[in-house]
Design a protein around this ligand. Structure first.
Ligand SMILES: Cc1ncc(COP(=O)(O)O)c(C=O)c1O
Length: 419
């Protein structure tokens, strides 16, 4: 079981909502810091351990700065994410550039910054070399896709069908080609599951990579310097789920490290992750006001937020816990669909949810929106993206203002321009 807490009291959130307007996302920076420390502390046995925070989860330089100050790096998947990490002051050597189907200008920026480039495919080797004076960068990483050896899951897909990463036979060739063309530091990466709450699965990923480090050494003579277990550690979106304990996960990986790496003379081997969700996810909330309670064939609660603020329920049928502010002590004896205002019937935050009686004007807190929440927003139906607030120390600051109509039309030309 995981308690579904709010970052402030119901009254404080109601006052904040009246002051700044709804909807908005709010993040608990103090809890995010504490969580980052907990992860680093749990893995402190592993020399140089790093979590490259997946920028895509919460792409805001204010958050990246907090995480960088705690010792995290950044995992970037595009040019704008590289620029954001740069703006947050994260140096290249603490950036993992894990992209796929990558355009040249993105590789160029990653090379210029000295980021670790994590190649998703063999064909990318030639692209990077062409941009780097016909040589491989000194440090290079390859993303491994185990294919039928692992199962994957709903978000990331079955590895055999997933577009990410190289096959094992390709992997050996990739490392050889990289070495023969100037690479001197070699890293191995994988990401086979997303939002995974089964600790065993992540331990199996470590086992798979450790075995591969051995195989690569045997087959190619190459010593792998770092294994990156990717992101994908899940969070308990449902109160009845348990979170993954960094400490317990770390201890099990440590045991494997002792037998599969140290005992085989493959140490030192740095361990890294690129987790986003489990770092910030539980520490974000979408606060939204009820516009309408409509009784049709189903009872609907219509919010001033929409799937443009939080797409996960519509996209994956994902569950997000909902609290009705000030009404938690009332019986949850009403069955509602909680909807947004977009002209899409799947714009629903919850379907058949037992909640206390809801009236127009009530405030709802949708939990666990601190990762892949605001970040997945969009402007369809002219929905403007809303503000983000951060609780840091004992103050609250705005870290992104709400979009305006002017933002919405900024890239549209007032008059057609002949080309
Ligand atoms: C390559 C890669 N790394 C890291 C992540 C972050 O995953 P999560 O936020 O679930 O930890 C993702 C998510 O899609 C990813 O594709």
């Amino acid at each position: 079981m995981t308690e579904k807490n709010l970052p402030l009291s119901d009254n404080e959130l109601m006052q904040l909502a009246s002051r700044v307007g709804t909807p908005f996302h709010i993040y608990d920076g103090n809890a995010i810091r504490g969580n980052a420390r907990e992860m680093l502390d749990a893995f402190s046995w592993s020399d140089g351990f790093i979590n490259y925070f997946a920028v895509k989860a919460l792409p805001n330089a204010n958050i990246l700065r907090i995480l960088a100050s705690e010792g995290f790096g950044a995992d970037c998947s595009s040019l704008p994410e590289l620029l954001l990490a740069e703006e947050a002051g994260i140096p290249g050597e603490r950036i993992m550039f894990s992209s796929n189907d990558t355009p040249d200008d993105e590789f160029e920026k990653a090379l210029e910054m000295g980021a670790i480039i994590n190649l998703d495919d063999m064909t990318h080797i030639a692209d990077v070399m062409a941009l780097n004076g016909n040589r491989m960068p000194k440090a290079i990483s390859f993303r491994y896709n185990p294919g039928p050896d692992r199962t994957g899951n709903a978000i990331i897909g079955n590895p055999v069908e997933a577009k990410y990463g190289v096959r094992k036979d390709q992997l050996m060739a990739c490392f050889r080609i990289a070495r023969d063309n100037g690479a001197e530091r070699f890293m191995l990466h994988t990401m086979v599951a997303s939002n995974e709450l089964n600790e065993d699965y992540i331990v199996e990923t470590a086992r798979m990579l450790f075995a591969l480090v051995h195989e690569i050494r045997n087959e190619t003579g190459i010593a792998i310097e770092q294994v990156d277990l990717g992101g994908g550690i899940g969070i308990p979106y449902r109160a009845e789920d348990d979170r993954i304990s960094f400490r317990s996960l770390s201890e099990r990986i440590r045991d494997l490290y002792a037998t599969m790496i140290e005992a085989k003379g493959l140490a030192p081997l740095r361990i890294s992750f690129e987790c986003g969700r489990c770092i910030t996810g539980p520490f974000g909330w979408l606060i939204s006001r009820v516009w309408h309670v409509a009784h049709k064939y189903t009872d609907f609660v219509g919010l001033d937020a929409s799937m443009a603020d939080l797409m996960r329920p519509a996209m994956y049928g994902a569950y997000h816990h909902i609290t009705v502010l000030g009404k938690e002590d009332l019986p949850k004896d009403h069955l509602y669909d909680v909807t947004g205002s977009l002209c899409e019937n799947n714009d629903k935050f919850a379907i058949d949810r037992q909640l206390p009686i809801i009236e127009r004007g009530d405030l709802l807190a949708i939990h666990d929106t601190g990762a892949h929440g605001h970040a997945m927003g969009f402007n369809y139906n002219g929905k403007l993206r809303h503000a983000e607030y951060l609780i840091d120390g004992d103050g609250i600051c705005m870290i992104r203002r709400a979009e305006t109509y002017e933002d919405y039309v900024r890239t549209q030309l007032a008059q057609p321009e002949r080309i």
